[in-house]
Design a protein around this ligand. Structure first.
Ligand SMILES: Cc1cc2nc3c(=O)[nH]c(=O)nc-3n(C[C@H](O)[C@H](O)[C@H](O)COP(=O)(O)O)c2cc1C
Length: 173
């Protein structure tokens, strides 16, 4: 079974998740960053996993366009969708439902949020400011100072996702 993980990232979290995921998947796995190009021969793959980070509620433009432009081919693959984001639980999952095409999600083997990272050392002033302001509004969480990088990627959820994708290739006995 050939698998490809197609992703877009701004600061690298989604790419990190793609590498961890690839190590946990059976068979041959290719990884493709949509920033390089979006010219992918999907006919070579049985399984297609698509990953994106979330900014202001939205997946990366490259991922949105890739899904729209390859909708029919993707409908006939075993697919999985993941996001990297800082929301958790139902709020995070709703960001998946709001962004990827419904006709792909309804057929997906796996969909999950893998957690996220705030890399303040890489962010510009406006991004830092936005993150600090949003965190101040949420009185359930500790305010963020915008200095120390934060990482809460979930290797456990990545492994569960990989297991679902691996099991989907096996025949029922
Ligand atoms: C300006 C800004 C806006 C963000 N907006 C959201 C958001 O709407 N929802 C969310 O869950 N996470 C949000 N995040 C968190 C990112 O999704 C998280 O940092 C993710 O790990 C980035 O992944 P990447 O490095 O692959 O781009 C935001 C982060 C920044 C810097």
């Amino acid at each position: 079974m050939n698998t490809i993980i197609i992703y877009a990232t701004k600061y690298g979290s989604t790419e990190k998740c793609a590498s961890i995921l690839a190590k946990n998947l059976d068979g041959s796995v290719d990884i493709h960053n949509l920033k390089m190009n979006n010219d992918i021969d999907l006919s070579k793959y049985d399984k297609v996993i698509i990953g994106s980070s979330i900014y202001i509620g939205q997946i990366r433009k490259e991922v949105k366009e890739f899904c729209e432009n390859n909708l029919n081919e993707l409908k006939n693959k075993k697919t999985g969708f993941y996001i990297c984001c800082m929301h958790e639980g139902a709020e995070a999952l709703s960001q998946i439902d709001n962004n990827f095409p419904k006709e792909l999600l309804s057929n997906a083997i796996a969909k999950e949020h893998f957690g996220g990272e705030f890399s303040f050392d890489k962010m510009n002033f406006i991004e830092k400011f936005t993150v600090k302001m949003v965190s101040k509004k949420d009185d359930k969480k500790k305010p963020i100072d915008g200095k120390k990088n934060i990482s809460n990627l979930s290797e456990g959820r990545i492994k569960k996702f990989a297991q679902l994708m691996n099991n989907s290739g096996k025949k029922n006995i």
